[in-house]
Design a protein around this ligand. Structure first.
Ligand SMILES: Cc1cc2nc3c(=O)[nH]c(=O)nc-3n(C[C@H](O)[C@H](O)[C@H](O)COP(=O)(O)OP(=O)(O)OC[C@H]3O[C@@H](n4cnc5c(N)ncnc54)[C@H](O)[C@@H]3O)c2cc1C
Length: 463
């Protein structure tokens, strides 16, 4: 077995069905055909049982849509599914796409399956689906945890205080889980199987046009979805950006970041594949490579640890630590010279020119550099009538415009703005002892160069 046992969990009591026509894999978190432990596990099981592999995806739309997802997110998702479907077909794996919830399509196709395999995400809605599938399927349901480097419970059995407490726990297991994954050839192709109703996703634009969804946020040209595009970008980053990552990743205009976050969010690339490529790179120094692995493993998996162990990770009262809520409450009566409405923020109509430019990048192109995201979030806290309202609107804007929004990273980093995973700092109005960020924090950025780059990106979107 090529999959580490810690990545494998059996979710129900049912046995595999020896009469099943195929082994079913529900793509939900890991939407890719390459470097996907859940898919490789499925192929190994199907080969052993002497049956083909069928992958399926449940597309939610209309009133049943994925929470907060809009045309921008769906366009990227569908481009990714088109790529995955093509790659699955080349490997001899069947693919069924239907307008249904993940639980519905999996439960339906499980009736003729020998075994059902799931991948794993950590948001409440994903856990809800996994629970429903485990309860409804009359056949064994196995879950494979392939979108983190170190399986979540292996790293830690509790909510971690900060990166410094999770880091040693991750490091202890890093080498064991940073392993290549060899593709297993499919022994029994699915080409001849009749799988019933399915949507042809080879023209993702046509599928998008037929969906009922929020079209007020447009798809972007800056990022094209799919595992091939994710790999192309990774290679470009390793060849060019990585050598500047250690020294220049704090400067948005330096283009030293990898832009992997939309692809990671939609499961179009594996974090293990990325970390292995960065470690094997002959560009950059050890410091560049270590700095990158720190972000993609420790910081990213800290976010998953937070949402997994925090009920109500999307609410101020439950996501923000007690010390931070107390100090913010103590400052609640402080005079706020500048308060903006959510519309003024979304439209970038504040007095702060740099903030407005960053907001334009986010609104028009679906992305913003990490350094500016921190400044962006801290200013919304400063310019909102209450911390509770600031938290809620930061999360709404984050999840509406970012392609990588609605992720464990989104909920965790918005809560970071309000003190999560941080410590008390010097006392100030409005913030109390929650970390403040002044315009001075932008001093190392070449603001003019950043503004030129954003203007060019926005023009390209409108062209
Ligand atoms: C207010 C705020 C909101 C944010 N919202 C999101 C969000 O909605 N979705 C999202 O994926 N990230 C979010 N982040 C984290 C971070 O800004 C992005 O992950 C990063 O900018 C993505 O760009 P990149 O892939 O080029 O990053 P790189 O610098 O190339 O890093 C590589 C990968 O490491 C991980 N990473 C980097 N920085 C962080 C971080 N601070 N925390 C956790 N993981 C990190 C990401 O998976 C990223 O793709 C937010 C940060 C802040 C401060």
């Amino acid at each position: 077995m090529t999959i580490e046992p810690e990545r494998i969990r059996i979710l129900n009591e049912a046995e595999p069905n020896p009469k099943g026509r195929y082994v079913l894999y529900l793509l939900q978190q890991a939407n890719r055909a390459g470097f996907n432990p859940a898919l490789e596990f499925t192929i190994e099981e199907a080969n052993r049982l002497g049956v083909p592999v069928v992958a399926c995806f449940g597309l939610l739309d209309g009133s049943n849509g994925f929470p907060e997802a809009n045309a921008r997110h769906y366009a990227f998702l569908l481009e990714g599914l088109a790529d995955a479907a093509g790659n699955l077909a080349k490997r001899g794996v069947g693919f069924v796409l239907r307008k249904a919830s993940p639980a519905e399509i999996a439960a339906d196709l499980s009736r003729e399956a020998a075994l059902v395999v799931l991948d794993r995400g950590y948001l409440a809605i994903q856990k809800h689906w996994y629970g429903e599938i485990a309860a409804r399927a009359r056949v064994r349901v196995v879950q494979i945890e392939g979108d983190v480097v170190v399986p979540l419970e292996t790293a830690s059995g509790k909510h971690e205080h900060a990166a410094r407490t999770l880091r040693p726990k991750i490091r202890r297991h890093l080498e064991a889980f940073l392993q290549p994954l060899r593709p297993t050839p499919v022994k029994h192709r699915a080409d001849a199987l009749d799988l019933g109703e399915t949507i042809d996703v080879s023209e993702p634009g046509a599928v998008l046009a037929g969906m009922v969804l929020d079209r007020s946020v447009s798809p972007v040209k800056r990022f094209r979805g799919g595992e091939s595009e994710a790999r192309r970008r990774l290679s470009a980053f390793v060849a060019d950006g990585l050598a500047r990552y250690g020294a220049e990743r704090g400067r948005p205009e330096a283009d030293a970041a990898s832009h992997m976050s939309p692809y990671l969010h939609f499961g179009q690339i594996s974090p293990v594949e990325i970390a292995l490529a960065v470690r094997a790179a002959d560009t950059g120094t050890v410091e560049d490579r270590d700095a990158y692995v720190e972000e993609i493993v420790v910081r990213r998996e800290l976010a998953m640890n937070h949402v997994h162990y925090t009920e109500g990770y999307d609410r101020f009262e439950t996501a923000v630590p007690e010390w931070a809520r107390r100090t913010l409450a103590e400052q609640a009566g402080d005079r706020r010279d500048t308060v903006y409405s959510e519309d003024e923020l979304a439209e970038g109509r504040t007095h702060d020119h740099e903030w407005n430019v960053a907001m334009a990048e986010m609104r028009e192109t679906g992305f913003m550099h990490n350094h500016l995201r921190m400044y962006w979030g801290k200013k919304i806290l400063e310019w909102s009538p209450t911390p509770e309202e600031g938290f809620a609107r930061t999360l709404r804007l984050n999840n509406r415009y970012f392609l990588d929004g609605r992720d464990a990273n989104s909920f965790t980093n918005v809560a970071w703005v309000y003190g999560l995973h941080d410590r008390p700092w010097a006392h100030r109005p409005i913030f109390g002892t929650v970390r403040y960020q002044s315009r001075n924090s932008l001093r190392k950025i070449d603001v003019k160069a950043y503004e030129r780059a954003v203007r060019a990106l926005c023009e390209a979107e409108r062209a």
